[in-house]
Design a protein around this ligand. Structure first.
Ligand code: GLC
Ligand code: CA
Length: 582
């Protein structure tokens, strides 16, 4: 499933230098640098899908204690923070993205005590915890919605988006407009008890909250504070662009044809990215800034262009999200040097100096291994993607399994599908199970070390015997060790940590090249051959302010590549990735 495609088919800080340093996470830095960058500027943030990371109690479902058990792995990989998918109490219709209690832990995943233990153990390893906060909707089993759906006079009735519907000429009642759920069908669901429809952008079990009611904002900010007070570093704000809907409920413009769910294709101008949302985000940012230790707000921001992305940072004011995700680089789904170059350049230059957040993989889209791979050179291409992600001037998001090259494993029978999108959309839309299969740790059992139970909630793909953490740790050329080296370089080299990013050889249609140049002139060079033919390039490093000298190679793939001596002549085998310094 490609959620971005679905969204797009249908839709068109710099750090603040105040604030205290939270002792357990203190950063060392040299006194010759400018104002201290925030911890998140050069961070690697690792997304954990809790159901599929590590099962600790043998029920076939990942859990919080499982994450705690694997912290040493994450520390050795070099991650600064983990974003944990929703682990709050939930009927699990959308696997946690339907929350029925915002201030507790689902028993499937553990308890608040387990959570506090995870937090403490992570802190000991300098790993911060970011929670996934679902603000657009609740579960239909949340007490708020149960009350709201029972009676129009319930104090929380207006916390959701209701409408009486419209009657046609024959007197039959219909939803008020053509709004479509991203999970298939009308976005309106009838509730006989109140004789009204409610709006749900996602599944019908996920009623949208009415953010025009200030009580909703107050309740949600309270919830954020509950977790901030407990010690979390911040939030990944789920579906955050969709908080508001058009107050006049106007019809979305329809395009021709139908989507994979069989619904009309609409342009989401009245249900997505409405300007009203920015006021909420500014108030949220203010609240978060009152906490010490650089808490962060990250956004799931599928947007049509960089100008829209800039607004999510607060533009020149830098007063909204710290890190709205840039989905424009990572989801082009085509290994094409000119496209990637121009997208990278845009986010480097058109967001008022804010820090880009790059991402190629998550739990909603088929894996980058498959989206960018050509079926022959996938392993080499995965190293190119990793290099791009981890050497660009950007905060980097990694999704569990991306670092070892897990592949998308889509269910082959409808009865095996777990994701509601795959159930409503089968067979055109098979859902997101393919990118949510369990993490492949080792070959200790048929569950790849994920669980002791042979019945895991999603099956472990057959390929785990070759693709798993343990065997890749032992292989110097593995994708996992490639990631470890890249992350190590982010720590060790100022050019990668803080340097500006300068595109080189910008007319080249096959090779993407750039320099990262620190204030003191230290630099690294990166050249990525995105073609199936060998390429020889000449890089004008002087134009980037880099001293011309003999090159030393820091990393290269394939390992058999000949090390270049000078930037005037770098020969790259097909799909080569090369990183060097002057
Ligand atoms: C976001 C999540 C996705 C979820 C949806 C509804 O897109 O990433 O997994 O289904 O929001 O909450
Ligand atoms: Ca479990």
């Amino acid at each position: 499933m490609d959620l971005r495609k679905l969204l797009h088919a249908t839709c068109v800080a710099v750090g603040l230098f105040a604030g205290l340093v939270f002792a357990p996470y203190a950063q060392s830095r040299s006194s010759t640098q400018g104002p201290p960058p925030k911890w998140w500027h050069n961070a690697v943030i690792y997304e954990i899908y809790p159901r599929s990371f590590q099962d600790s109690n043998g029920d076939g479902i990942g859990d919080l204690n499982g994450i705690t058990q694997r912290l040493n792995y994450l520390q050795a990989l070099g991650v600064d923070a983990i974003w944990i998918g929703p682990m709050f109490p939930s009927p699990q219709v959308d696997f946690g993205y339907d929350i029925s209690d915002y201030e507790n832990v689902d028993p499937q995943y553990g308890t608040l005590v387990d959570f506090d233990h995870l937090l403490a153990e992570a802190r000991r390893r300098n790993i911060r915890i970011i929670l996934d906060m679902v603000l657009n909707h609740t579960s239909d089993q949340h007490p708020w919605f149960k009350g709201a759906a029972a009676s129009r006079s319930d104090p929380r009735h207006d916390w959701y988006v209701w409408n009486d519907g419209v009657k046609d000429a024959s007197g039959t009642l219909h939803p008020p407009n053509n709004w479509i759920s991203l999970f298939g069908g009308s976005a309106w669901e009838w509730v006989p008890a109140v004789s009204q429809y409610y709006y749900h952008e996602f599944y019908r079990a996920q009623p949208d909250l009415n953010w025009r009611n200030p009580a909703v904002e107050r309740a949600m900010l309270d919830t954020l504070r509950f977790w901030l007070d407990r010690g979390v570093t911040g939030f990944r704000l789920d579906a955050i662009t969709t908080l508001f809907e058009d107050a006049r409920l106007r019809n979305e413009p329809e395009q021709s044809g139908v989507n994979a769910q069989g619904d009309p294709i609409v342009t989401r101008i009245y249900t997505d990215n409405l300007p009203e949302v920015h006021g909420v985000i500014r108030r949220m940012r203010k609240m978060v800034e009152r906490y010490p230790a650089d808490r962060v707000l990250i956004g799931e921001t599928y947007l049509p262009n960089t100008a829209e992305l800039d607004k999510w940072y607060g533009g020149a004011r830098h007063d909204e999200l710290h890190l709205p995700m840039d989905m424009l680089v990572g989801f082009t789904n085509k290994l094409d040097a000119p496209t990637l170059r121009s997208r990278l350049l845009e986010v480097q230059t058109q967001v008022h100096g804010s820090q880009p957040l790059l991402v190629f993989d998550n739990h909603d889209n088929s894996r980058s291994w498959d989206r960018y791979g050509d079926g022959v050179h996938n392993a080499e291409i995965a190293k190119i993607i990793a290099t791009l992600l981890l050497t660009s001037r950007a905060t980097a998001l990694l999704y569990q399994g991306e670092e070892i090259g897990q592949v998308t494993t889509v269910p082959t029978r409808v009865e095996d599908v777990r994701d509601p999108i795959g159930v409503t959309g089968w067979p055109n839309e098979k859902g997101r199970d393919g990118e949510r299969t369990p993490m492949q740790w080792d070959t200790s059992n048929a569950q790849a070390g994920f669980s002791s139970n042979s019945k895991t909630w999603l099956p472990v793909p057959a390929g785990f015997e070759a693709v798993n953490v343990k065997s890749e740790l032992a292989d110097p050329d593995s994708l996992l060790n490639w990631h470890r080296k890249l992350i190590g370089m982010r720590r060790a080299r100022r050019a990668v940590a803080t340097g500006r990013m300068v595109m080189l050889d910008v007319q080249n249609a096959n090779v993407l090249s750039y320099a990262r140049v620190a204030k003191d002139g230290q630099a690294i060079l990166v050249a990525l051959n995105m073609s199936a033919a060998p390429q020889t390039i000449s890089l004008d490093v002087k134009s980037a302010g880099v001293r011309q000298s003999t090159l030393s190679t820091l990393m290269m793939s394939p390992a058999s590549m000949e090390k270049p001596v000078t930037a005037n002549a770098i020969t790259l085998p097909p799909y080569a990735a090369w990183v060097g310094s002057q």
